[in-house]
Write a protein that binds this ligand. Structure first.
Ligand code: ATP
Ligand code: MG
Length: 362
């Protein structure tokens, strides 16, 4: 049985509907990541699950039981927010123990739980310290510890790392991955803006847009077979290049010819209908066309060096739409030079004029 089932969940504020009927099943012990543009409803959905917002319509079930009218404290859920407040006048131990004391738990049990959480989060040597004597990452771990001691069935994280600097984010992300491994039966839902966090932490990712689910799948499924242009351009960085193209059927099979002039033979197994489509190719799937027939021909407009690789923006003659290629850093590529780029036909993504995927599964 699914640990959590969302059936046609809607949320309205007055006349404004911000969640438009969300259907989702989350398995026990699964780490589900919600991503989507700002304002798409990620936090609202999380708060509906936690019980911090009323659900306007639909059903939320945890282990089969209807939760819509169950108060937050009785849902077996702990939530960690982006901005968390620790009590400055309390030690770490007391910060983590506070909620349990309020709930009237016995001292021995509190000690056991706080020590276990501190152990998982590597905070044991710091338990006697006050928050002001901690780094940002350590404070965030205390906030997570406060959630762990409640021994929740389900953990909700709303952008817990977004206040941390880049290095701390990486370190804390690894902590969270380890935390998940040490609590294999605890279901987690994690909201983030960060691609890398989503790809590395998730068992499955939910892509939301304007209060609707666009796609649910493993990170690899979303990356390899995005079901529409929106997901294709949301997952992956830099975003997939997408341009207008035309499918043609010839003796050799199906070819795709795009607006900037290049074409590629997709082979016999291509999508069926000839006509206007959208062609997608990821920056990392483009290579310099040495012998291969180029898919794109153009002039280098801008180069961003990232060390081991470089992002090469190429003007292929489409107004305001450079083609971006992620190429090895050691290649000597200068602004203004001509460049020819190729891609394996199997790496191409084909969408219909409305943006729905045509080739491959999904
Ligand atoms: N209390 C409220 N009253 C009215 N509208 C609200 C309320 N809370 C949220 N909204 C609206 O609901 C939509 C979804 O907001 P939400 O905070 O869930 O977005 P989000 O995906 O978490 O965005 P972000 O990535 O910026 O955190 C937004 O359009 C927001 O303005
Ligand atoms: Mg939010």
């Amino acid at each position: 049985m699914a640990e959590m089932t969302l059936h046609q969940i809607r949320k309205t504020y007055g006349a404004l509907e911000v969640l438009h009927g969300i259907n989702l099943e989350i398995g026990k012990g699964e780490l589900m990541v919600f991503v989507g543009p700002s304002g798409c409803g990620k936090s609202t959905l999380l708060r509906c699950i936690a019980g911090l917002e009323d659900i306007s319509a639909g059903e939320l079930r945890i282990e089969g039981s209807l939760m819509n009218d169950v108060p937050p404290s009785r849902r077996g859920i702990s939530m960690v927010f982006q901005s968390y407040a620790l009590y400055p006048h309390m030690t770490l131990f007391d910060n983590m123990a506070f909620g349990l004391k309020i709930a009237g738990m016995k001292k021995d049990e509190i000690r056991t739980r706080v020590n276990r959480a501190a152990d998982i989060l590597q905070l044991t040597p710091l338990l006697g310290r006050y928050p002001k004597a901690l780094s940002g990452g350590q404070r965030q771990r205390v906030a997570i510890g406060r959630a762990i001691v409640r021994d929740p069935r389900v953990f909700l994280f709303d952008e817990p790392l977004s206040n941390l600097d880049a290095a701390l984010r990486v370190a804390t992300r690894i902590e969270i991955a380890k935390l998940k491994q040490s609590m294999p039966d605890t279901t987690m839902i994690y909201v983030t803006h960060d691609q890398v966090e989503a790809m590395t932490l998730a068992d499955r990712i939910v892509v939301l847009r304007d209060g609707k689910i666009e796609q649910v799948g493993t990170p690899q499924e979303l990356y390899r077979t995005p079901r529409n242009v929106f997901v294709a351009q949301f997952i992956g960085s830099p975003a997939m290049n997408v341009l207008h193209a035309e499918m043609q059927h010839g003796d050799a099979g199906v070819t795709i010819a795009h607006a900037a002039g290049g074409e590629s033979l997709l082979g016999r197994a291509g999508p069926l209908n000839a006509g206007p489509v959208q062609l997608g190719v990821r920056p990392e799937d483009l290579t310099l066309a040495r012998d291969a027939a180029p898919l794109f021909h153009g002039r280098i407009d801008h180069v961003e060096h990232l060390g081991e690789l470089q992002l090469v923006h190429t003007d292929v003659g489409l107004s305001n739409q450079p083609i971006i290629a992620k190429l090895p850093g050691e290649l000597d590529l200068q602004r203004g030079a001509d460049i020819a780029l190729a891609a394996r036909p199997s790496s191409l993504h084909v969408f219909d004029a409305e943006g729905h995927r045509l080739n491959g599964a999904a």
